[in-house]
Design a protein around this ligand. Structure first.
Ligand code: CP
Ligand code: NVA
Length: 304
């Protein structure tokens, strides 16, 4: 594995190794990445991703340099490829949050050091690693290879988070269900790509938010309007009437169902306070797992 741009391109055994490594290194300070530098550049806001990658480098004995988009001007002051060529000669890895996923692909093509997707319009693979870790903590004593047959029900937009979650569920043998208004459903192209990588991927989509609740081991929410989609926000929100994860929806799930959300949450919109703060909620453990999963990721990707 040279780069980490999406779960789709990451072999399943590598996903399993990353999660196991992250688990093994939980709470430890090591020198796995001693004297290595990760260059971090974000075009969009972040709390969890930014802090967890920086802290992960610190815990692995390395360091990070956080660059401001306004000073670098990715694709504006100079081409994305030139930014990549320059950083590859000065840092041991790059971690980028971008609007346009194709910029990551362009940078990866010319980079001699690993590039990590820290969220793009297409995918949020680092989030998916933490999601799988959280499911494994809950259902299989931390062993991601024993999640087979579990069902994750995503309620909301067929966005970057949903795409990456769908793939990691498929790769780990879980069923993936999505309840989403038709116009925001996952594209057939994406689902076919997962099927090509994961023969037998167990997937279903519905425009009825109630449809899959009875089979959920986990119900998952994300914002209905992602970063960069602010234009047309009100009309998009209107399409999600009835898709709020609230006590009524949760009451149709089995007793053991847990609640997940990648955060940030718009409380009162896609999820209510009582569900976020309720006893089934794992959202903060999930946020903390960003750190542990990414320690595993960086150790595997940059540490050999
Ligand atoms: N879940 C997530 O990626 O959060 P941030 O946008 O705060 O990094
Ligand atoms: N789908 C959201 C995820 C935020 C972590 C977005 O892209 O804004």
């Amino acid at each position: 594995m040279k780069h980490f741009l999406s779960i789709l391109e990451t072999p399943t055994d590598e996903v399993v190794r990353i999660l196991a490594r992250g688990r093994e290194l939980r709470g430890k300070q090591t020198d796995v990445l001693k004297d290595q530098t990760l260059a971090i550049l974000f075009e969009k806001p972040s709390l969890r991703t930014r802090v967890s990658f920086e802290e992960a480098m610190y815990r692995l004995g390395g360091r990070s340099i956080v660059l401001g988009q306004s000073e670098v001007g990715l694709g504006k002051r100079e081409s994305v490829e030139d930014v990549s060529r320059v950083l590859a000669g000065m840092a041991h890895g790059m971690c980028l949050r971008v609007f346009d996923h194709t910029n990551l692909v362009k940078m990866a093509k010319v980079s001699s050091v690993p590039i990590v997707n820290a969220l793009s319009d297409l995918a949020h693979p680092a989030q998916a690693l933490a999601d799988a870790m959280t499911l494994a903590d809950e259902f299989s004593a931390g062993d991601a290879t024993r999640l087979k047959g579990r069902t994750v029900v995503f309620i909301g937009d067929g966005n970057n988070v949903a795409r990456s979650l769908a793939v990691i569920c498929g790769k780990l043998g879980m069923k993936f269900r999505i309840s989403v208004p038709d116009q925001f459903a996952l594209s057939n192209t994406w689902v076919e790509k997962i099927r090509a990588a994961v023969p037998g991927f167990d997937f279903a989509s519905s425009s009825d938010p109630m449809e899959f609740l009875a089979e959920a081991d986990a119900v998952y929410a994300d914002t209905f309007v992602s970063m960069g989609e602010e234009t047309g926000k009100e009309s998009k929100l209107g399409a999600f009437d009835g898709f709020q994860l609230n006590d009524e929806l949760l009451s149709h799930c089995p007793d053991h169902t847990i609640v997940m959300h990648c955060l940030p949450a718009y409380r009162g919109t896609e999820i209510t306070d009582s569900v976020m703060d309720g006893k089934r909620s794992r959202v903060f453990a999930q946020a903390h797992n960003r750190l542990h999963a990414q320690i595993g990721l960086l150790a595997e990707l940059m540490g050999g």
